[in-house]
Design a protein around this ligand. Sequence first.
Ligand code: C2E
Ligand code: MG
Length: 626
Amino acid sequence: MELKSTMQGVECQKSGVKTGDHLTEQVTADTRLREAEAALQATKEWAQVTLNSIGDAVVTTDLECRVTYLNRVAETLTGWLSSEVIGMPLMEVFSLIDVQTLKAAANPAQRAMEENRTVGLAMGCLLIRRDGSQLEIEDSAAPIHGHDGKTKGAVIVFHDASQSPTQSTKLAYQAQHDALTKLPNRVLFSERLTRAIGLAKRHQHQVALLYLDLDAFKSINDSLGHGIGDLLLQSVAVRLSECTRDTDTICRQGGDEFVVLLSEIDKPEDAARIAEKILTALSAPYRLSNHELHISASIGVSVYPDHGSVDHTLLYNADMAMYHAKKNGRNNYQLFRHDMNALNVQASHIESQLQLALKAETLFLDFQPRIDIATGNLVCAEALVRWRNPTLGLMQPSAFLPVAEAVPIGHWVLLETCRQLQAWREEGVEIVPIAVNISAIELRDKTLPARISDILAQTGIEAHFLEIEITENSLMHHHTEASISTLIELGERGIRIAIDDFGTGSANLKHLKCFPIHTFNIAPCFVHDMLESLESASFIKALINFGQNLALRVIAKGVETQAQLDFLKLQGCDVAQGFLLSKPLSATGFCQLLRLGRPKRQLPKGVLRQAAGSPLIPRVKTLGSR
Ligand code: C2E
Ligand code: MG
């Protein structure tokens, strides 16, 4: 303000007439002018010093967006000297790329002048420096107004964003969160868990950890691609968040594993309730890019202080419990028990022994006959795997199959069954179809149909001599697209499919129509109860009825008494299996039974009830024909 009035005074004096008095006035005016110029210079220098002292880069332009000034920081960041670029078009000196679009960013000075306001640079703008290197910068541009209020140019103020606080906040976020799901990662989770344990100690409450692993994730990822896999993980993360409170923490441990920290619970049952809620929430169908997907999870739960007082023990024990949930058939949760550690050691020991068993030929098959109830004929059998363990002795499947996931036992059983059928045939015995149990994991293997075809071709056995059995539970919990397409392909290759232990799972008959099924095996518990329980009897009647309507075969398993067999016969059940008729037999024992199979029996076509001939098993002789 002072500078301006001084300058106005100088102009007035300059136009005056030079007289004596005037001379004095002239001297005074010259002095004032020099003073004013000095003041102006001082102001300019002060402005320069100020602009060069601040940490931000400053670039000014005129109305045509030509550079009028660069401060020191701008010189350093752009790589240009102010003296070199005065008058040059701004975008030659200050060329920007938007990292989102990877295209040239709009000229900020131009925008500020056009919009007559301060404008911010787009987030993540890269400045192309004189040497071609790139620098992430942030900040804003504003129009410069003269005294008359008119726009005279623009000023851009910017700084190196790679070290800015916003960037470091971003980096801190990235270091603590999972990029895909935006959930906390292990680092942040560990901090929160330690804090939750500390608070629980002080306030005498409990903390629970839920270690969750998706059951069929790998097959979805493999069959539908990582894009769908990623979408699924994101959806799972959302559902998990919906099941928990804001004060709880959900973390993606990596892959398809998540951990949920319930930071304040009163009793382990609270954690169990949340685990159940999560299982239900995750089991609802996912609609992702035209696919309807189903997935389940196995959850292990550990609770502070009962199952550990430090974070890594709690996490380890929850993981261990999760492993047991997997072994327990998946889609369930298990609360950690201290004996799980010992069981786990035993399980891994069994698994490695089983690997050897495949080579050492200590696995073998028994065959349990199945009888046509109407005729008493032997119509088929079930192959049941056994293991002569070198140290533990003869082991039944329930003792080793749950821990044999990593051992290809299923393939061995299929091959051995077909090899055995062929061996019997070569001995001149008329063979019958054999049912082989297939685990849910094997069913999800897309190579199964082709492998079975190879085995059939290799052994010379026709497809209708093989029936695969899959339990109702496995089918319902794992009816992923992969499993369904495997079943369809097996059916197309002429292999018969049976639902084992029907009635124990969650399937309803309507649902089952989606699957290419030939046989229902009624679970032994219904057969066992049917004479005492009206409910079991009604269930069996309904199922037999359903089977007859759809021309499906119904097999009653676990038949132990004559009364049970009589009841089943009365209801029109097709086939029976159980200790009453025969225990599982060795291959030699079963072969002897086959040898009795004269006169020639009809091979099964559709419903086996049509098989003719005299009864083969003495105890069944009493049955007679329907
Ligand atoms: P499953 O498919 O229901 O097989 C029938 C089981 O019931 C057999 O037990 C058999 O010995 C038993 N059983 C037969 N008749 C009677 C009876 O009248 N009363 C009673 N209480 N039990 C009877 P096992 O051999 O111990 O097999 C148990 C389960 O192990 C099988 O149940 C099947 O799900 C599974 N399994 C057996 N072999 C294989 C195999 O090779 N692969 C797969 N994935 N699973 C198999
Ligand atoms: Mg079975």
